[in-house]
Design a binder for this molecule. Sequence first.
Ligand SMILES: Cc1cc2nc3c(=O)[nH]c(=O)nc-3n(C[C@H](O)[C@H](O)[C@H](O)COP(=O)(O)OP(=O)(O)OC[C@H]3O[C@@H](n4cnc5c(N)ncnc54)[C@H](O)[C@@H]3O)c2cc1C
Length: 505
Amino acid sequence: MKDFDAIVIGAGNGGLSAAVALQRGGMQTLLLERHNIPGGCATSFVRGDYEFEVALHQLSGLGTEKQPAVLRHVFDSLGVTDKVTFIEEHHLYRYAVPGVIDITLPASVSGIVQTLSTEFPEEADAIQKFMDLCEVITLETYMALPNARRSGDPDVLKRNCRNFVKYGLKSTQDVMDEFFISPVLKAVLGGYWGYAGQPLDRLPFSDLGVMLYAYAAMKPWHIEGGSQALSNALLESFLEAGGDVRFNCGAEKILTEGGGVSAVRTEHGDVFTCNQVVSNASSVLTYNQLLDRPELAKNAREDFKSRRMGVSGFVLYMGLDCTPEDLGLEAATNFIATTIDDKQQYARSKGFEDPLGCLFTCYTVGDKTMAPQGKSVAALMCLQYGEPWDSIAPEEYAATKFAYAEKLIALAENVIPNFRQHIEEIEIGTPVTMMRYLNTPGGAIYGFDQTIAEHGAVRDRVRPVDGLHLAGSWTGMGGFQPTYQAGAAVAASILRKQNTKGNAA
Ligand SMILES: Cc1cc2nc3c(=O)[nH]c(=O)nc-3n(C[C@H](O)[C@H](O)[C@H](O)COP(=O)(O)OP(=O)(O)OC[C@H]3O[C@@H](n4cnc5c(N)ncnc54)[C@H](O)[C@@H]3O)c2cc1C
C-alpha cells in the first residue's frame, strides 16, 4: 500500500489544478511546494499600503456566466468558480506609439472590427475576414485538433481542421501580410505578441489568433484579490476534498523502480511512496535533476537540445497616490512603444539597451478595491531573457536594476506623462527574481520559447518514465489559461487510465 495515489510537485496553476482534479477524482494526493504560499506566478505580495499582483494581467478563456467558455467549465469542475469574484474588463487594450497611433480596442469581436474599420476604412473587409479566421482557428484548436491528433490520421486533420492546417503553423507575420497592407494595422492587431513572448515572425498564427479571439469573444477578466485569490481557492478546494499539502517543502528526488515512479523524497529527507507523480516544475529540472535516474529520460534530454529557454520579465510593481482617471487612463491594459516594429522591441529583451516597448497595466481601472481609496496599483513590464541578468556581478545587480527601471519609466511616460511623481511604493522584479521564486531556468515565465518549432502540433510527446507526468507551461503554451487547462487535462488522463485499470481488474 502506497502513502499516496499521486504526488504533485509544485503549486503553480498547473500543479494546483492537477492536484484538485486528482483529489476530487478520488485519488489521495499530496501537494509539495517549495515556497510558503500557493500559486507560483499566480501570487501576490504586500508592500506598504498595497498588495501587488505578481503576474496576471488579463485572464482569457473564461466567458461570461451566460456564455461560459472552456476555462469556466474547468473552474466549475475544480469547485472554485463560486469561491472567487471575476471582474470583466471592457477594453481589450490600448495600443499607443506616440506620433503614429493611439487607439483603444473594445473587448468584443464586433467592437474590434468596428473600431479598426473606422481607423483603417480601406481595409474593413480584410479586418472582418481576419477576425473570422481567428474564430474558426480557435474553434478548430479546441474542438477538433485534439481528436485529430489522437487519431494520427492526416486525412482527419485535413478534413476537420482545414483552417488550422492552412494557417495555424504559419508565422503570424505571414498571415498578417496576406490579409493587410498597413503595417500600423498589423501592429495593432498583433499587440498581444508580448503575452506569448515571441515577435510576430516567430509566433505561430494559431497562438495569436486563439489568444486574440479568446480575449475578445470570451472577454478579458481580472480577479478580485488578484490571482492569489484564485490560487487560495484552488488550495481550499483541494483541502476540502481531503488533499494533503506541504509548503516550504521542495521535492528533491523522484524515485523510480523498474522504470516507473515509486516515491518522492523531499528536501527535508521524508520519502513518500506513490503510483503517479505530476511535476509542475520545469521539464528541464524534472528530468535533469529531480529524477533519480536521469538516463531514463534520455529521449527528453535529446528533445531539450532543440529547445530554447523561454523569455522572462522585468516588472515594476507600483503603488500610485492617484486614481487611473488622474492619469487619463481608460483601459487597464496599455501597450506602449516607441516603434511599431515588434522585432526591434523583442531584440531589446536580450540585453540592457533602452527598451522600445512595454506593458502598463493599471489594475484599479476596473477594480477600485485593488488599492486604498484614491490610489492605484499598476505594473509596468517588459520582456527580458535571463541570460544577461545571470551574468551581472552581484555588486552591480542593484545599480543595473535601478538604471533599467529608469529607462522603462521614461518609455511609459511618453504616453502616461509624469506618472513617476505619483509613485508612492515600488518593487522591482527581474529575471533573477523569477528564477528565485519559480525555480525555472532563466526565470522563464512561459516555459520554452513559443516559436513555431515548439508548437504542440509539431512536437512528439515525450513520456520517458511510467507514472511521471508534467503539468504547466513546460508542456505546451505558457500563460494562465493554458496552464490551468494543462493541469486539469493531465489529471483527467491519469484518472481515465486508473478507471480503465480499475474496471478491467
Ligand atoms: C511577471 C509575469 C507576468 C505574466 N503575465 C501573464 C499574463 O498577463 N497572462 C498570462 O496568461 N500569463 C502571464 N504570465 C505567465 C503565467 O503566469 C505563467 O505562464 C503560468 O502562471 C505558469 O504556471 P505553471 O503552472 O507553469 O507554474 P509556475 O507558476 O511556474 O509554478 C511552478 C511552481 O512549482 C514550484 N516548484 C518548482 N520546483 C519545485 C520543487 N522542486 N519542489 C516543489 N515545488 C517546486 C515553484 O515554487 C512554483 O510554485 C506572467 C508571468 C509573470 C511572472
